[in-house]
Design a protein around this ligand. Sequence first.
Ligand SMILES: *[C@@H]1O[C@H](CO)[C@@H](O)[C@H](O)[C@H]1NC(C)=O
Length: 329
Amino acid sequence: MPIHRRFTAKNALITLIALLFLALFLHLKAELWDREPVVAPVEQDGKEEKAQQSSATGARRTAVVIASQKTEDPKWLDEYFPQWEKNIYKVDDQDAPLTVPKNKGRESMVYLTFIIDNYEKLPDNILFIHPQRYQWHNDDPDYDGLPMLRHFQLAYLEKEGYVNIRCAWSLGCPAEIKPLEEAGEHRAAVHAGGDYKNSFELLFPGKEVPKHVGVSCCAQFAATKDKILQRPKSDYEHYRNWLLETDLDDSISGRILEYSWHMIFGKESVHCPTTKECYCNVFGLCELECKESGSCIGRYILPPYATLPDGWPFVGWNKEERNRSSAEE
Ligand SMILES: *[C@@H]1O[C@H](CO)[C@@H](O)[C@H](O)[C@H]1NC(C)=O
């Protein structure tokens, strides 16, 4: 039955070709039509909208974790950054929606508690910050957190995994703590003294205590979910247990963690990029004129006191009227 056979062979060939076309069609459809839009992090050199950028796409979640007290109300964040998820912890209020197991170790207890309680459902970008808009350590000529956060480059964070939200060196860089030279010293107040070495050994067992530790001060930084997940949850529980159990004063235990976050998130013990580089990467301010000593013209200077005057930024240190030294934008 040669004819019948030829027919079968021809039919088989046609079927095969049809199937190949169908497969090609399905493949192309999947590739070209059905794909989720891919959102690439956007590098920008202007200012503003940075914050809005990635969350407006709906692709990545950005959150702030705020270590505050009952009396502090960080509503300025709602007003200016409505697109960010807010996690407002009240360390001194056990009835607050978000609080800590024990009010100890300053902001570090809040940051660790957030990570532990949200480890399985972390937002993509997390900014760990203090509540007030104006704070002496905010890296802004008016100590204003608004332009500081508006300029913050989420795209850079997404690339780095961890970014300190401060560039000025005055306080923290280039080597705030010298654990070995200061071993045995117990000067409270400013330095963590010898306590740093002992605590480091407890916090990071098996790791060599660094000779110098430096990072721009004051425990406001950002980390990505991916970076945080590079450590097991048990590490963060271990740090928090240390904090819960330590006999050290809050000012010291808080400070020890303040000078550990950068290492927890994978940076060298001295993490002090030049201010020129840092302002450009972290805040998109790339045209500054900067000095070796770790400051840039027109940017942060250390204020005379840690408490800003009432009425700041329109009332100065001697109750004199003053104007803002830079824009809110
Ligand atoms: C503040 O700025 C206004 C408008 O430029 C100016 O008239 C005023 O003198 C300034 N005040 C101070 C205290 O510098």
